[in-house]
Write a protein that binds this ligand. Structure first.
Ligand code: AMP
Length: 184
């Protein structure tokens, strides 16, 4: 089963992804995590994306799509995957669809976590992970980028009838319960 976990920054995608991978025994593919690991290890990819990420902007589609296509070639993803933070543009979504279709697969569920904007900002500021893009300025840029470039991805999958809108407020377990119910 190929699942996309979608939502604005701070909506809880990472937290819910951790619970879903455990429950469904599927691997997690977080482009943000892969970029952060590359930055930590000072790889050429890390050097390329660091300042873009720090500003809260999007890494170019070409770079992201190439990274995901390489990653998906690993056998661990053969039975499905939970995408977290990808696709973030319609171009990325189209590239993913083409990739999966060429292998006789598709996106089975698109789960979007809905959280009011004030709550998103409050959560990011209190997450305290010391992420270098978690400044007020960085958060505002990421929210703007989300509205302008990422939100249209929802319409792209809505047209395919696989979107599940989940109330992303409440406790972590309440939200997770809603996600499982939407998948059953
Ligand atoms: P995340 O951990 O998903 O919040 O991602 C952190 C940052 O990594 C984003 O603000 C972007 O700069 C970059 N990033 C992660 N995933 C993508 C993607 N699919 N497309 C473009 N940039 C991305």
């Amino acid at each position: 089963m190929n699942i996309i976990l979608f939502g604005a920054p701070g909506a809880g995608k990472g937290t819910q992804a951790e619970k879903l991978i455990e429950h469904l025994k599927l691997p997690h593919l977080s482009t943000g995590n892969i970029f952060r690991e590359n930055i930590k290890a000072n790889t050429p990819l890390g050097l390329k994306v660091k300042s873009i990420m720090d500003q809260g902007k999007l890494v170019p589609d070409e770079t992201v799509v190439e990274l995901v296509a390489d990653e998906l070639n690993h056998q661990i993803y053969d039975d499905g995957v939970i995408f977290d933070g990808f696709p973030r543009t319609v171009a990325q979504a189209e590239a993913l669809d083409t990739y999966l279709q060429s292998r006789g697969k598709n996106v089975d569920a698109f789960i979007t976590l809905s959280v009011p904007e004030e709550e998103l900002i409050r959560r990011i500021l209190s997450r305290g992970q010391g992420r270098s893009d978690d400044t007020r300025e960085g958060i505002q840029t990421r929210l703007n980028v989300y509205h302008e470039e990422t939100a249209p991805v929802l319409n792209h999958y809505n047209a395919k009838g696989i979107v599940k809108v989940i109330d992303g407020t409440g406790s972590i377990d309440e939200i997770f319960g809603r996600i499982l119910q939407s998948l059953s």
